[in-house]
Design a protein around this ligand. Structure first.
Ligand code: ATP
Ligand code: MG
Length: 249
C-alpha cells in the first residue's frame, strides 16, 4: 500500500521525548505470490536506545524502517510505539511523522536557498533557531561557511552539495523537527573526510535523548549503537547487544 491510499483515521497522541519501539512477529509481503520482504520480525527498543541494522542488499532493512512511518503496512504482526504501546495506525499520520524523523540515502532537496531547504519554506522559522540547532549538532561553522550562508542557493536535484553535505542538511531538518525516534539510512558512498567527521559528530548529538534505528554502512556508526540486528532474506539472523555480539566474534 502506498501513502496515498492508507487510512488516516487515528486519534491517539504520543508523548514527547524518546520513543520506545516494539515489533511483534511482523511480516511484510509487497505482492501476493511474491516472497516475503520481512518475516517474523520481533524486537524491542527501549526509549533512548539505538539499533544498528545490518544485512545484504535486499535483506529488508529499508522495509523495516518504512513500516514505522506507515510507508509500508505490515501484512501480519504488530508494531507498538511509546510507553503506552500505541499502534502506528492509531495515530494521525501528521502526529506519527512528527515524532519519527527519517533521513534517507537520497535526501530531497529543492532548488532554493539552504534556509528554505531547512524550513520547508516556513517563514516563521527564524535564522536564530536554525543557527541554534546547527550549533547543537556541531554544524554552525559548516553552515555559516557556505558561500552565502543560509542564503546559499541549492541547485535543482541538490546540485552544488555532495551526498554527505545533503545528509548534513537532512540532519539539520531533523534537529528542527525534534522527533523522539530518528531513522537513518546511511549513504553507502564514500564521503570526504571533513564531511564524514561532521556527520559523525552530528549523528552522536542527534541521537542524544532520542531512540535511533540506523542502517549503518560505516564502522564508526556501528560502534555507536546499543543493539545490532542482522537481516538475511527478510529474517533476523542475529540480534543482541553490540558489546555482547562483538565479544562472541
Ligand atoms: P539495500 O541494502 O539494497 O537498500 P534493503 O535491505 O534495504 O536493501 P529492501 O529495500 O527493504 O532491502 O527490500 C527487501 C525486499 O523487498 C527486496 O526483495 C526488494 O526487492 C523488495 N521490495 C522493496 N521495496 C519494494 C516495493 N516497493 N515493491 C515490491 N517489492 C519491494
Ligand atoms: Mg535499503
Amino acid at each position: 500500500q502506498t501513502t496515498s491510499t492508507i487510512a488516516d483515521e487515528g486519534r491517539q497522541r504520543l508523548a514527547a521525548g524518546p520513543l520506545a519501539v516494539s515489533f511483534d512477529q511482523v511480516a511484510v509481503q509487497y505482492e501476493k505470490e511474491r516472497d516475503f520482504a520481512l518475516r517474523d520480525i520481533t524486537f524491542q527498543l527501549a526509549a533512548g536506545e539505538t539499533l544498528g541494522l545490518l544485512g545484504r542488499t535486499g535483506s529488508g532493512k529499508t522495509t523495516l524502517t518504512r513500516l514505522l512511518l506507515r510507508l509500508v503496512e505490515p501484512t501480519s504482526g504488530a508494531i507498538h510505539l511509546g510507553a503506552t504501546g500505541v499502534v502506528p495506525s492509531a495515530l494521525p499520520l501528521t502526529e506519527l511523522r512528527r515524532h519519527i524523523g527519517m533521513v534517507t540515502q537520497d535526501v530531497q532537496l529543492f532548488p532554493a536557498t539552504i534556509r528554505d531547504n531547512l524550513t520547508f519554506f516556513d517563514p516563521t522559522v527564524s535564522d536564530e533557531t536554525l543557527l541554534a540547532i546547527a550549533q547543537r549538532l556541531g554544524l554552525a561553522e559548516w553552515l555559516t561557511n557556505l558561500p552565502a550562508g543560509l542564503d546559499t542557493q541549492v541547485g535543482a536535484g541538490g546540485q552544488g552539495l555532495s551526498a554527505g553535505q545533503a545528509q548534513l542538511v537532512a540532519f539539520l531538518r531533523i534537529g528542527l523537527q525534534d522527533p523522539g525516534l530518528v531513522i537513518l539510512d546511511e549513504p553507502a558512498s564514500r564521503l570526504d573526510p571533513v564531511t564524514e567527521r561532521l556527520l559523525d559528530q552530528a549523528i552522536g548529538r542527534l541521537l542524544q535523548g532520542r531512540t535511533g534505528i540506523i542502517i549503518a554502512h560505516r564502522l564508526a556508526t556501528v560502534q555507536r549503537v546499543d543493539k545490532i540486528m542482522i537481516l538475511a532474506e527478510g529474517r533476523v539472523v542475529e540480534l543482541g547487544e553490540r558489546a555482547v555480539l562483538l565479544a562472541q566474534q
